[in-house]
Design a protein around this ligand. Structure first.
Ligand code: AMP
Ligand code: ZN
Length: 432
């Protein structure tokens, strides 16, 4: 049931002792980087004086701009000879951030992924098809090595080429897949197109859904379409990549591995910690990374700690599925809206198909939101009255949640651009 029982179920006081010991080693290492040496000096901070975990709050926060300014090597704490791999974030704006790993860093990351997959029920006997981009993006190689360490048969399929993906699944009797949720929805339409039923004609039993926010409704829809159990997988390249937090068999929140990270939730405005259970921005400190330790990294991801123990017996705390990023929040007529709120509502409506996009425009002083929604095939063939009723239903459902009235355009299946990587849900035309 456990990959590493002792660590996964360690009692909290021992776990915290371990964190404190690893934190002081991390701070010693961090001093060797150009960036933290300078930062500690500016703040007059002596990391040797950190005595308790609560003192973490006195350490400086690190954000993406700090990583960018030190590009390419300012965060390194070892000589370049020790580094064996780099990855970078998939961010679409500005210069990508680069993360370096020593051989030990890669071993620790690989182990975390094996731990996650084992927790969700994957075993050596499984055939694992990794449908993520191999390359600088961490979802490819990260999962790949984790699954090999677990001992499964790994198919390094990479992303895209849907028909070939389905062929691989059938030929090699794939049982476990790693897939981006928006792509899983799209792939289900390709299954339908070629007349293969993923529930009946494949051996799929587990999926890991990661890399982008998705609602509980979306998970359920994907589980229904494929007949497997889907587990939420969270990570970010700055903290290695996937393997940071993962759902156990209970599927109620993701265990975040506290032997590898110190976890804080802060108020993104005041930057003060919020109590367990309250929503805020996730902030993390690496505890085992040698080549590039990062202190109190502001992930921009919004979540909360789920209070109380998990029935699975693991003592590492759980975070709730990510609600969105602080920088994804749309402000319309003074109302704060996250794309996931729209997604959640859409997934509840039976006639809605597998893709949608939110377009923001400005007419004079007025902001307008248009939600373009693909409709299921059988609906589109139907009569106009039925379509209009669906359109109205979507407008009403969305309005009840986001409190403003969006325009809704219904589109034919497959008419919106598809993405093989993270879906782009919002097109903001308001910037002038
Ligand atoms: P990258 O470093 O390019 O892999 O992107 C990491 C970001 O992807 C995270 O900070 C999250 O915003 C997002 N992300 C990754 N996994 C998930 C997930 N399971 N749920 C929601 N967002 C996710
Ligand atoms: Zn659990």
């Amino acid at each position: 049931m456990y990959w590493e029982k002792e660590i996964e179920t360690m009692d909290r006081s021992r776990l915290e002792q371990m964190q404190l010991a690893r934190l002081s080693e991390t701070l010693e290492r961090a001093k060797r980087s150009v960036y933290y040496r300078k930062r500690f000096a500016e703040l007059g901070l002596d990391p040797g004086r950190i005595r308790t975990l609560a003192d973490v709050a006195n350490l400086p926060l690190t954000n993406k701009d700090d990583l960018r300014e030190q590009w390419p090597y300012g965060f390194l704490t070892v000589s370049r000879d020790e580094i064996v791999r780099m990855h970078s974030s998939s961010g679409t704006t500005g210069r990508a951030t680069v993360i370096y790993h020593t051989a030990n860093d890669l071993a620790a990351w690989t182990n975390l992924l094996a731990r996650c997959m084992y927790m969700a029920g994957m075993r050596r006997s499984d055939v694992f098809q990794n449908m993520m981009t191999y390359g600088l993006f961490t979802g490819g190689l990260g999962f790949h090595y984790g699954a090999e360490k677990l001992g499964a048969l790994v198919i390094p399929a990479g992303s895209g080429n849907s028909k070939r993906q389905i062929q691989l699944m059938q030929d090699f009797e794939t049982t476990v897949v790693h897939i981006i949720p928006s792509y899983a929805l799209h792939l289900s339409t390709v299954f339908a197109e070629i007349g293969v039923d993923p529930r009946r004609d494949t051996k799929l039993r587990i999926a890991f859904l990661g890399a982008e926010p998705h609602s509980e409704k979306m998970r359920q829809k994907i589980e229904e379409l494929y007949g497997f159990r889907a587990f939420n997988s969270y990570g970010l390249s700055e903290m290695n990549g996937p393997g940071v937090a993962f759902e156990c068999a209970e599927q109620k929140g993701m265990h975040i591995w506290e032997d590898n990270y110190i976890v804080e939730i802060i108020d993104p405005v005041t930057l003060k910690p919020v109590p367990d259970g309250e929503e805020g921005e996730l902030v993390m400190t690496t505890l085992l990374r040698e080549g590039m330790p990062i202190l109190r990294y502001r992930t921009k991801d919004l979540t909360r700690i789920i209070p109380g123990p998990c029935p699975c017996g693991r003592t590492h705390r759980r975070i709730e599925r990510i609600k969105g990023r602080t920088d994804d929040m749309m402000i319309l007529k003074g109302v704060n809206i996250f794309p996931i709120q729209i997604e959640k509502k859409l997934m509840e409506i039976p006639g809605v198909g597998t893709n949608f996009v939110i377009v923001l425009d400005r007419a004079g002083f007025n902001d307008q939101m248009t939600v373009k929604v693909e409709v299921k095939k059988d609906f589109f063939g139907g009569d106009l009255k039925q379509l209009e009723a669906l359109r109205r239903q979507i407008v009403e459902e969305l309005k009840s949640d986001i409190l403003i009235t969006p325009r809704v355009d219904l589109l034919e299946p497959d008419s919106l651009p598809k993405s093989e990587g993270k879906a782009q849900r919002v097109i903001d035309n308001r910037e002038d």
